[in-house]
Design a protein around this ligand. Structure first.
Ligand code: TTP
Ligand code: MG
Length: 362
């Protein structure tokens, strides 16, 4: 009954989404380069390209290309005997309709889905029980979207959201990439640092100056060194470049929650220290409750991550709503003590991270 279920997460991202919908609605565009964006006004237009289909990308046109540049690239292509780009202004209502139908298709195949943008979503495939079965489901989703919506999608499957998302982008368009938990770390190694959420252009530049161009280069640093260089982000990056990510899927219907967590500088099993950190986390959660739109909670959740990354959560739901810091602390300590000194931690493993969350907010 207690058998640990492998976590299997899918991420879907539609191929050249806005442009693909336009091609579907206007059959005569099929096979031609299409750019969706502001009006090019024969090269005098301001604004940018929202997206371009794959044919137009061969001209060097992509999301955020200034529309005037896109126009010029099209003119240059025409001079070389290539077809000119078809410029279309976006019809967001149409894209939203398609998006809704795509999400409905995914929902039929997965019990939990988190829509992440107009054309992408995470979905939980853990219930399939294996990566092989998950691939079958993903390929059914792709097929159904292609048949019913006449749109193509790329899917990534991984042990968590981080890997699933990077995998969906790995073989676009029409890709289906599977990376299991054993392969995840190696899969990331040759990739550009920018693949890691949180590493933007500035951090990338900073790390480049330190000699790190790809993810493998960053692995020579310890967690402490990365933290010294980048603060808290450094600790997050330390985990992500090793393919570690515990972020849950958040479906629209899930009750909101307020949570705080802390990764320690050094793993610890010092009771005094852990109790102090739990209390501090409870204080910040309570402060956020007081400042926010909710006035009460009914559920308290604690998360404990051990030094070997095993992660456990325990929760309790009160009989009545509460709103005070004392209740959060009382429950959080009661739930976490067995991990610090008792039955939940028989091997006396040190603790790497603690989290406190309140749910069932009203
Ligand atoms: P993306 O999924 O980033 O791009 P895409 O679907 O067009 O192409 P890909 O095959 O690489 O996934 O974004 C989804 C849609 O969001 C895209 O079709 C248009 C819109 N969009 C913008 O309007 N501006 C932008 O800068 C980006 C990146 C996307
Ligand atoms: Mg897309």
């Amino acid at each position: 009954m207690n058998k640990k279920q492998t976590r299997i997460i899918g991420h879907i991202d539609m191929d050249a989404f806005f442009a693909a919908v336009e091609e579907k609605d206007h059959v005569w565009m099929k096979g031609k380069p299409v750019a969706v964006g502001s009006d090019p006004l024969e090269g005098r237009g301001r604004g940018v390209v929202s997206t371009a289909n794959y044919k137009a990308r061969e001209y060097g046109i992509r999301s955020a290309t200034p529309i005037s540049v896109a126009w010029r690239l099209s003119q240059q292509a025409v001079k070389k005997g290539e077809p000119s780009v078809i410029f279309v202004q976006p019809n967001f209502e149409r894209y939203r309709q398609e998006s809704k139908q795509i999400m409905e298709i995914i929902r039929k195949h997965s019990p939990l889905i988190e829509q992440a943008s107009i054309d992408e979503a995470y979905f939980d495939l853990s219930e399939t029980g294996s990566f092989d079965k998950a691939v079958q489901v993903a390929s059914e989703i792709q097929k159904e979207i292609l048949e019913k919506q006449q749109l193509s999608a790329s899917i990534g499957i991984g042990p968590n959201k981080l890997i699933a998302k990077i995998a969906s982008d790995f073989q676009k368009p029409c890709g289906l990439t599977v990376v299991n938990e054993k392969e995840a770390e190696k899969f990331l190694e040759p990739m550009n640092l920018r693949k890691i959420p949180g590493i933007g252009p500035k951090t990338q530049q900073f790390l480049k100056e330190k000699g790190a161009e790809i993810i493998r280069d960053l692995k020579k640093y310890t967690a402490e060194e990365l933290e010294k260089m980048l603060g808290k982000l450094g600790l997050v990056i330390y985990e992500k470049i090793r393919g570690i990510d515990f972020a849950p899927l958040v479906s629209e219907w899930k009750a909101k929650s307020i949570g705080e967590q802390e990764t320690f500088h050094a793993d610890s099993l010092d009771l005094h220290f852990l109790m102090e950190r739990i209390e501090a986390l409870c204080e910040s959660v309570h402060l956020r409750l007081k400042r926010g739109e909710f006035t009460s909670f009914k559920t308290v959740v604690v998360t404990v991550r051990f030094s070997d990354f095993e992660t456990k959560s325990r929760s309790c739901t009160l009989k009545e709503k509460a709103n005070d810091a004392k209740t959060i602390k009382f429950e959080a300590i009661r739930l976490s003590l067995p991990f610090f000194m008792g039955t939940e931690n028989p091997e006396h493993k040190k603790i790497r991270l603690l989290g406190v969350r309140i749910e069932n907010l009203a």
